[in-house]
Design a protein around this ligand. Structure first.
Ligand code: CDP
Ligand code: CDP
Length: 234
């Protein structure tokens, strides 16, 4: 039998992680996990409770008291470009967590070691045993440092912002492309420069720049790499 791998996909905002990871998981029959949705869900809860992002102990306790569920999207959600269905303490928050203010709040929350500790251990539990494609910022470096296949997915900032901008238009929102580029750049900088688990390419990660590739080509390339690793590991 072919070994069931752990595949880690990391990269900056709009690089295609969710779309590609979900497709790779479907092609291989693996579980897909969006770790960013977990940071976004806790961030939404903190916003709703009007908590600031400076009280780490309080936010760590909030994270411990939070129940997050990730499920495949419903057909109409999938048609609207959503990659998963997200529940926060039993309430569906699939759309809310994709708002720009929640993205910004998530990247502030993600700077806190106490919060990360709680979410990382949940991610490790969910992915134990392999047969999983997990995407985020620290999957190959911290969550699954022994993953058999690590991908660092990247694309030019302007391309990433344009992809995000198109998604906003499809949802009926109308930010300018400059506003989206600014949001993406700000968040990237915070994610790359933070002290705890910054966004960096793991030494053993394969760098894929998909600026000029569509998501299907990118997913198929990763599946080919996975098949090679399966042979090496069998
Ligand atoms: O998860 P991440 O923020 O890295 O990106 P995403 O949400 O998967 O992708 C953002 C948008 O770019 C989606 O609408 C994808 O369909 C699109 N995309 C693309 O046009 N070409 C690619 N090679 C990858 C993603
Ligand atoms: O979809 P997009 O790439 O824009 O963001 P996301 O993957 O949903 O993640 C939202 C934010 O959560 C990121 O900007 C990071 O600050 C944080 N995050 C993280 O720190 N570690 C992860 N493994 C996943 C997300």
């Amino acid at each position: 039998m072919r070994p069931r791998l752990t595949i880690a996909i990391d990269g900056p905002a709009g690089s295609g992680k969710s779309t590609v990871a979900r497709r790779v998981a479907a092609l291989l029959g693996y579980l897909y996990m969006d770790s960013g949705a977990m940071y976004r869900a806790v961030a939404l809860k903190a916003i709703e409770r009007q908590l600031g992002f400076d009280d780490e102990a309080k936010l760590e306790a909030l994270t411990r008291q939070t129940h997050i569920e990730l499920k495949p999207p419903l057909p109409e959600q999938e048609a609207a470009g959503l990659k998963n269905r997200v529940y926060l303490d039993g309430r569906e928050v699939t759309r809310e967590i994709r708002m720009a203010d929640v993205a910004q709040a998530a990247s502030r929350l993600a700077m806190l070691a106490g919060v990360r500790k709680v979410l990382v251990s949940e991610q490790q539990r969910a992915g134990q045993g392999g047969g999983v494609v997990m995407e985020g910022r620290d999957i190959g470096t911290v969550v699954f440092p022994a993953a058999e296949l690590k991908i660092f997915l990247d694309a030019a900032p302007e391309t990433r912002a344009e992809r995000r901008w198109k998604e906003h238009l499809e949802k009926g929102e109308s930010p300018t492309i400059e506003e989206v580029l600014q949001e993406v750049r700000e968040r990237d900088q915070r994610d790359r420069e933070r002290k705890v688990s910054p966004l960096v390419r793991a030494e053993d990660a394969v760098l894929i720049d998909n600026t000029a590739m569509d998501s299907e080509e990118t997913a198929r390339l990763i599946v080919l790499l996975a098949e090679e690793r399966q042979k090496e590991n069998s």
